[in-house]
Every structure is written in C-alpha cells, then in structure tokens.
Write a protein that binds this ligand. Structure first.
Ligand code: ATP
Ligand code: MG
Length: 533
C-alpha cells in the first residue's frame, strides 16, 4: 500500500479562528432547533442588557420585540436603557468572539465568556447573511447607529453605515434578522424566558412583544438596584499551578511575597510567614515574572497545607429573601411559599457561591398539564433563567434526588415550583451555551440542603391544609346530628333547645377546629416561610 508523507499531509494544515469554530459548531452556543435558537438570541441580548444597566447603576427597562418577517424569518430587537457602548468598542464588543468587559474580571455577573453577543451576530450571518443593526447613546441627546458584521476568517468586526444622530435614546438597541428560528409557546419559550427573568430580577421592567403584536409587560416590583458585587480576588485554596503562573507572569510586584498579598484574597503577611515555614525552599524575594513551574508547584502545595479563612462573602450577592417573595407573589401568586437562603459556601477549594431556594405551592406554580398540574424546577445562574439542558444540570440533579414523598409533595401531580438560584463570581456552566450547571459536589449538597429546608415549610402547609379539610368534613358530618339531637333532648328534658344546640356545637368545633394552630408551628419552624398576603 502506498504511504503518504508528512509533507503531503501537512499541505492540508490550517489555522482556524474562534468565529470559524463556532460557525461550524453553532449548537455549542445554543443554536440547535428553531425554538431554542430564538430563545438563545433573546437570552444573550437580555442578559447583556441587564448586566449593562446594573453596571451603569440604572434600573433596567428592557424591551424585547419579536416580529415575523418575510420568508419565514424573524426580526428580533432588544433594547435597554443602560450606558450604551462607546463607538470605538462597539465592533469588539458585539462582533468579536472572546472579547468583552467580563471574562477577565473575577466578579459576579451574568456574562462570563465574551461570546454571547458575537454568537447572535454569527447566527444572523449564517442564516440570513445580514449584519446586526445597533443604536447606542453616547451622551446627552446624542447617539449613533451602525451595522456590525463579523469576518469569520479572522474573528474581526466590520462596521458599516456609522452615523451620529440627535436622539434622546438612552442605552443600547440591537436588532437582527434571523432564519431557522421559530417563536413557540410553553416551557421553553421566549415568553417563559421573560417571565422567569422577571421572577429573578424584580428590579427590572421587561416588555415582550410577540410576533402577533401582543404585549406582555412584567412590571418592576422592587425600585432598588441589587447591591453591586465588588470584583473579587481569587482565593489561594483550590488554585492550580498553571493559574498561579499566569497571574505571576503579568504581575507588577517586585517580589513573590508582595505579588501573593496583592493578588489573592485572605493572603496577609502572616500567611506569607506560614508559607515560608511550610516550605523554606521557596524564594519569596524572587521576581514573580521569573516564577518557574517548579516553584509555583511548591507554592500551590504549601497553600494546601495552610488553614485559610473562607473567601469574603460580600463578593457574592444573592437575590435575597424579601425580593424573592415579592417576585414570586407578583408572578406566581402562590397559596404558600417557603424561602431558604443559605450562607455562602465554597466550591473547588476557593470559589464562593450562595444558593437560595423557594418552594411555591398553588396559584400559578407548577406546570399546567392537560389534566391538572405537575411540579417544575425553575433554574437560575446569577439570576439568568436556564431553560434548556435540564437533564445534565446539577440543579435538576439535586432537586430530583430528593425523596419528595417524604415532604407530602408529589412532583407528578401537584402545582409546585422549585426555584433555585446560584450566585457566584464564577458559575461552572457545563458548556459555552451556559444552560446547565456542572454537578460539582459542594453545589449539589448545598442545593439539596436548601431545597429540603424549604420543602419542610411547604410540607407543614400541606399537612395543615389537609387537617383543615379533614376537620371541616368531620364537622359537617357531626353537625348534621346536632340539630336533630338537641331537638330530641329538648323534647325529653324540656330544656331550652337553642342552649343545648349551642353547647353541642361548641363541643363539636372544639374537636374539629376549622384552622390549624399557627402559633405552635411558628415556634418550631426554622425556615423562613410565609403565606402571601
Ligand atoms: N446592552 C449592552 N450594553 C452595554 N454593553 C454591552 C451590552 N451588550 C454587550 N455589551 C458589551 O459587550 C461585551 C460582549 O458581550 P458578550 O455577550 O459577547 O459577552 P459577555 O456578556 O461578556 O459574556 P457571555 O459570553 O458569557 O455572554 C460585554 O462584555 C459588554 O462589555
Ligand atoms: Mg453576554
């Protein structure tokens, strides 16, 4: 058999840009299936809008418009009232894969990767060949508009039709024309995405206009921006050698000791002394730019032998119990809800995260089935609804692992919603599409504890309600005899019939009270639970 030489084979050798890669692998960004692709576009642009408004210190007003265009195409526009994008950054921000203001910052935000916006553009180019139309404010009464496209060969932006306009518009508006997408209704729809975004962001106002022109307004129910999380410093526990080297080689510090103190959380001069004691062979006076793999490995091993304080919890800002209650009441209006907010925890040794859970029962909770209801899981990562890939998501795994029957909850038949939000400076999504959270042990454990705590609150509510129903039925049955009996006794004894009837009624209602004993339950319950007023 004839063999082929390396020279011949390597004639085929090529380099590829990130844009070419995702053009070929669009499913990795969430562009698979017409229904899902439409939601992905809404999701990327909406989460960017929310991030931008919050960073600008502005209460978000977001408008999502989905219109049917010719040839089975759709025009989607998302606009916000945020700070906008400076002209000289618009191409990089919206038309370059792996570029943005978030990836390099160790900070709790919705966006993490610098892919989302360019992914939307790539998808419009792939399906209709059209650029994205952008309008952005650039100061009082001034704005600009332009078209942005992406040269996939080199992952570079192409900006055309740039014009300055006198316009009072504040924020950013992005608009594109797409094919291979479809507006659907149900659990995996743009409507559901907007509804769940409103649930986890009660400080935002969201207007969705569907292809029939129908408007859905999710009004702001909290007039206060969430606290802005500060950029965190990475925690030394859980740090790998390669990461440590990357940090060291760009450090401005003169010595390794000051580099460690400046770069990492909880690293004080006392800790430097401890590291010295653990491994005296580490040269702390060396220039960090010259740190070798060997020395870095020694440092990482020393980190593992030291007791560190947990990362500062202020880096992570959860939605908060009060706001979750307001949002749930506003959107689900349940008969009962129990909310649990756990203390910050750490995964992979040093990444802080907080889990918060609500279990809502009745009202618009759960999923409407052809007959009756079933339970559903509302998953969120840094307040962003996760609608797809539930099968591979750590949140679903944790919730489904729970023996719900123990809590008198039947997820197959009852109107119950399990709301789970994870807040972190870094959410470990299992793919670039950011729809599922990787099942890290510490995260799964926390979710389970939080869900079980909230479930106990709902369990007491359900039990109490069952008791009330039981008592009411018994009361009804026994009360039927009261009238008859008091008449008979009165006839026999000549005593006052009404008095006898009242007495008998008193005895019956004592045995079958109409409401449960709320005080007793409050005294024993640890969970935060409340029935909406
Ligand atoms: N509505 C907006 N207003 C202001 N800036 C924006 C807006 N949308 C995007 N940007 C800027 O464009 C950058 C790129 O957005 P993109 O969605 O591609 O990445 P990201 O949000 O940083 O991360 P991810 O890929 O996880 O979404 C953002 O980091 C932000 O700086
Ligand atoms: Mg984004």
């Amino acid at each position: 058999m004839a063999t082929t030489g390396a020279e011949q084979i390597f004639k085929e050798f090529r380099e590829h840009s990130a844009a070419e890669f995702f053009k070929k692998n669009r499913q990795m960004l969430g562009y698979s299936g017409a229904g899902r692709s439409l939601v992905t576009i809404v999701h990327e642009w909406t989460s960017n809008a929310l991030d931008a408004c919050e960073e600008g210190g502005i209460l978000p007003d977001i408008e999502v418009s989905i219109k049917k265009a010719e040839n089975n195409r759709y025009t989607i526009r998302v606009s916000d009232n945020g700070p906008g994008i400076p002209k000289n950054f618009v191409g990089k921000a919206l038309a370059t894969i792996f570029a943005g203001t978030k990836f390099h910052r160790y900070m709790q935000q919705r966006g993490q990767q610098g892919i989302g916006a360019a992914g939307c553009l790539l998808f419009s180019q792939i399906t209709t060949g059209k650029p994205i139309f952008v309008k952005s404010s650039i100061g009082k009464g001034k704005a600009y508009s332009c078209h942005v496209a992406l040269s996939t060969a080199n992952n570079k932006p192409i900006i055309t039709d740039m014009v300055d306009i006198d316009d009072k518009f504040q924020g950013l508006s992005v608009e594109g024309e797409f094919a291979d997408i479809r507006y659907e209704v149900g659990e995996h729809s743009a409507y559901e995405y907007a509804r769940r975004t409103a649930l986890s962001n009660p400080h935002a106002q969201i207007k969705l206009t569907d292809p029939n022109g129908q408007e859905f307004l999710f009004v702001r129910s909290v007039n206060k921006l969430p606290a802005r999380p500060p950029p965190a410093k990475p925690h030394p526990a859980g740090l790998g050698t390669s990461d440590l080297l990357d940090f060291a080689h760009v450090s401005q510090s003169r010595k390794i000791s000051s580099f460690l103190v400046d770069t990492f959380a909880r690293t004080t001069s006392n800790k430097i002394s401890e590291i010295r004691e653990v491994d005296p062979s580490i040269d702390m006076d060396e220039d960090p730019k010259r740190l070798t793999w060997e020395q870095a490995e020694k440092l990482v091993n020393a980190f593992k032998k030291i007791k560190w304080m947990a990362p500062d919890a202020s880096y992570v800002v959860p939605i908060g119990e009060a706001q979750i209650k307001i949002a749930l009441k506003n959107i689900l209006n349940p008969d009962h809800m129990s909310v649990t907010e756990r203390k910050p925890q750490v995964f992979r040794g040093g990444i802080p995260f907080v889990v918060e859970v609500a279990v809502a029962y009745g009202g618009n909770s759960g999923k409407k089935e052809a007959e009756g209801f079933s339970g559903n899981i509302l998953r969120f990562g840094n307040r962003v609804p996760l609608l797809f890939d539930s099968g591979s998501c750590g949140i679903s795994k944790a919730v489904n692992d729970i023996d719900w029957k123990r809590y008198n909850i039947d997820m197959e038949t009852q109107p119950v919603s399990i709301f789970v939000n994870i807040s972190s400076v870094y959410i470990p999504y299992s793919g670039v599409g950011k729809e599922a959270i990787s099942p890290e042990d510490e995260i799964i454990e926390e979710i389970k504890l939080a869900v079980m705590e909230a479930a106990r609150g709902v369990q007491r509510y359900i039990k109490g309600r069952e008791q009330v129903n039981f008592n009411a039925n018994r009361y009804k049955t026994v009360a039927r005899y009261v009238k008859q009996l008091s008449g008979d006794i009165s006839d026999l004894t000549k005593a006052d019939r009404q008095k006898i009837e009242k007495k008998l009624e008193g005895i019956v209602s004592k045995h079958f009270p109409k409401s449960r004993d709320e005080d007793k339950e409050e005294a024993t319950g640890q969970e935060t639970e409340e029935e909406p007023t």
